[in-house]
Design a protein around this ligand. Structure first.
Ligand SMILES: *Cc1c(COP(=O)(O)O)cnc(C)c1O
Length: 450
């Protein structure tokens, strides 16, 4: 019989204590961090939902595989196991390891882009945008219109606006578009999936105009499982075969193994283009390392190889998607405005709707994140005006769920804290900036309450 309760599909072998703080202590810590949770020491956090990147728990099989790590400089058998694991899912000819996703991005864009080029994406992640722009190219977001409406429950809000892509390529000319990127799932747009139908449409446009299509594949397994749940014709397919079908529509990918690689560090770059792979490896040697380790230890390559297998396990993915939705459902039932439907790795609270009395220039997302910390020691991340400046189309607070780390009772506690803050939302004030860096300012910004 099928039970209603989806339990964590693992038992716990090693535990790490978390520490309570008093409200007074949290007020002091928050002031010392200039109201920017990136500046807060992690030991002052009770439940850390800042990011799902590199924060997952490894399995006993991954830890065992790490002991098999071979640290040879060149030609390590660990690289061979890693290469086979990546190839088995992604299917691309060349697999280039990097220390994390942004290193793959930097190499890809340095080799493919030049000043004046245009790189379309459903939504660029912050490091992706910064790496495109640092080559002098322009990063253009083309989300499907429903992706910008937080309460619209459309199942594939991560989709790219395919018509807008076609118009853009025709307007600027194929020579100015070195590649198109499709981010699965769409992180900046609420962790929402891209449908196979949309990937197919984007791929057809790219092929017609002879523009290569690359996936930003960070959460490919979550995307595959959401396709299985939500797209007609995929109910009976395995997440692995869905992922393989999607990757076959492209020419390569960038990947952060800190997400769906279930590892704490690592990434890779794939391509089917031989000449490009050679140039990428030359650049890799300059800044990351030799092509059979790319800035990683042999043991990291082993952890990723096992992680890529475990992340496609259906019991894991069911638990992952259901437990994220559980958080979303409970706060949303209490009236809290969230991006609907819940995405794969995170719940995004719509801070503009939560705090309509705080204008966007006073950072409603930062104000809400600060309150969640003060109330219950929960760390979240603003994705809005502080991160993107005036270009921000939404002000969201992201509660990212680390993989295999927290249990349902941790999440029940998070729900209670959010609902407490919701009840006294009228009393929350905005903030002003007192320091900002010229790029990626959200990491180091300082703020003060108004
Ligand atoms: C995390 C992430 C990246 C960058 O990866 P890092 O490993 O953090 O460098 C790129 N794109 C998306 C969509 C991401 O979520």
């Amino acid at each position: 019989m099928a039970f209603r309760t989806i339990i964590e599909p693992f038992k716990i072998k090693s535990v790490e204590p978390i520490k309570w703080t008093t409200r007074e202590e949290r007020e002091r810590h928050l002031r010392a961090a200039y109201y920017n949770l990136f500046l807060l020491p992690a030991e002052h956090v009770l439940i850390d939902l800042l990011t799902d990147s590199g924060t997952g728990a490894m399995s006993s099989r991954q830890w065992a595989a790490m002991m098999e790590g071979d640290e040879s400089y060149a030609g390590s058998p660990s690289f061979e196991r890693f290469r086979r694991a990546v190839e088995g899912v992604f299917g691309y000819q060349h697999v280039i390891p990097t220390h994390q996703g942004r290193a793959a991005e930097r190499i890809l864009f340095s080799v493919m882009c030049k000043k004046g080029d245009v790189v379309p994406n459903n939504s660029h992640f912050d490091t992706t945008r910064a790496n495109v722009e640092s080559t002098g190219a322009q990063a253009v977001d083309l989300p499907a219109p429903e992706g910008l409406e937080p309460s619209n429950p459309c199942p594939f809000k991560g989709n790219m606006d395919a018509k807008a892509l076609e118009r853009l390529i025709e307007r600027v000319g194929r020579e100015q578009v070195p590649l198109v990127m499709l981010t699965i799932t769409n992180n900046s747009g609420g962790g929402q999936p891209v449908s196979m139908e949309n990937a197919r449409a984007v791929s057809a446009i790219c092929r017609k105009h002879h523009v290569p299509l690359y996936f930003d594949a960070c959460r490919f397994a979550e995307n595959a499982y959401l396709v299985k749940l939500r797209e007609k014709g995929y109910e009976a397919k395995t997440p692995k075969s869905i992922a393989q079908e999607m990757f076959a529509l492209g020419d390569g990918c960038t990947m952060s193994a800190k997400k769906d690689g279930l590892a704490n560090i690592g990434g890779f770059l794939c391509t089917n283009d031989d000449a490009l792979a050679q140039r990428e490896k030359n650049l890799l040697i300059l800044t990351e390392g030799y092509p059979t380790y790319g800035g990683l230890a042999g043991r990291d390559l082993e952890a990723i190889a096992v992680g890529l297998e475990e992340v496609l396990d259906e019991d894991y993915l069911r638990y992952r998607i259901v437990s994220t939705a559980y958080l979303g459902q409970h706060v949303s039932d209490a009236g809290v405005p969230i991006v609907q439907p819940p995405g794969g790795h995170a719940i995004y609270i719509d801070a503009r709707a939560f705090l309509p009395h705080i204008p966007t220039r006073e950072f409603p997302g930062v104000a809400l994140a600060a309150e969640l910390y003060l109330e219950g020691g929960i760390r979240s991340a603003e994705i809005g005006t502080l991160m993107f400046g005036e270009a921000a189309k939404m002000d969201l607070v992201r509660l990212a769920i680390p993989r295999r780390v927290y249990t349902q009772s941790h999440i029940d506690y998070v729900i209670e804290v959010i609902i407490e803050v919701w009840k006294r939302r009228q009393r929350i004030r905005g903030l002003k900036l007192t320091y900002e860096a010229p790029v990626l300012r959200h990491f180091t910004a300082r703020l003060a309450p108004l």
